[in-house]
Design a protein around this ligand. Structure first.
Ligand SMILES: O=C(CO)[C@H](O)[C@H](O)COP(=O)(O)O
Ligand SMILES: [Fe+2]
Length: 226
């Protein structure tokens, strides 16, 4: 059975010179490792790509939650599934046919995620939920870690949660950006059940303890979706 609450630390806030150690520090505490792939086209920032994911995959057993902030996800996303990513999430704004790409990812053995950036409405995508495993709602503008959480994004989380509950779908609702001890409960109350946290985990003295605290705060606030 999958855990009720997913905590996914983002290695965007980790020390890139010691990535395997940084992932080792959350082993046993994190549910997923969130990997932010940026191409300096879809977002104005450049991070890591497929070779790093392929190498890091061998360094841990924690499932990889790959967040592709790239143009042309059709070209690159399947490679991350083949590299062993558990979830491959691409942006709605960058993809012409999200259902086709989701099917390709599922056929390659990964879960398919659809990400919605700050300035995008979820409304046009609600009909696609049966084909998607995870909806990632940005609670910042995609592109950089360490930004301030935007509570106004939670209306999108509520909209997706309502549709998921009404149709009894098995879709994770993930929030990404500014998730920390003072924001995670609001996101959980709105209906999120997967939480990306970069700065709040890797900026802490004890990343594993930070994850445990975030999980406790989220679970105390989670409504029942039954
Ligand atoms: O997708 C992202 C940025 O576009 C990151 O996952 C996000 O910023 C996480 O970092 P933090 O918790 O520091 O906000
Ligand atoms: Fe992310």
């Amino acid at each position: 059975m999958s855990p009720k609450t997913i905590i996914a630390p983002s290695i965007l806030a980790a020390d890139f010179s010691r990535l395997a150690d940084e992932v080792g520090a959350i082993e046993g505490a994190a549910d997923w490792v969130h990997v932010d792939v940026m191409d300096n086209h879809f977002v104005p920032n450049l991070t890591i790509g497929l070779p790093v994911v392929q190498s890091l995959r061998k360094a841990t057993t924690i499932p990889f939650d790959v967040h592709l902030m790239i143009t042309d996800p059709e070209r690159w996303a399947p490679g991350y599934a083949e590299a062993g990513a558990h979830n491959v999430t691409f942006h709605a704004e960058a993809c012409e046919n999200p259902v086709a790409l989701a099917k390709t990812l599922r056929a390659a053995g990964a879960k398919a995620g659809l990400a919605i950036d700050r300035d995008t409405s979820v409304e046009p995508y609600l009909e696609l939920l049966p084909y998607i495993d995870t909806v990632l709602i940005m609670t910042i503008k995609a592109g950089f870690g360490g930004q301030k959480f935007m509570p106004e994004m939670l209306d999108k989380v509520r909209d997706v949660r309502r549709r998921v509950s009404a149709k009894d779908l098995s879709v994770r609702i993930e929030v990404d950006g500014g998730i920390a001890a003072d924001t995670i409960a609001q996101a959980a109350e709105a209906g999120a059940d997967a939480f990306v946290a970069g700065t709040a985990v890797y900026g802490a003295d004890d990343p594993a303890e930070a994850i445990r605290k975030l999980r406790a705060l989220a679970e105390a606030a989670l409504p029942s979706h039954d």
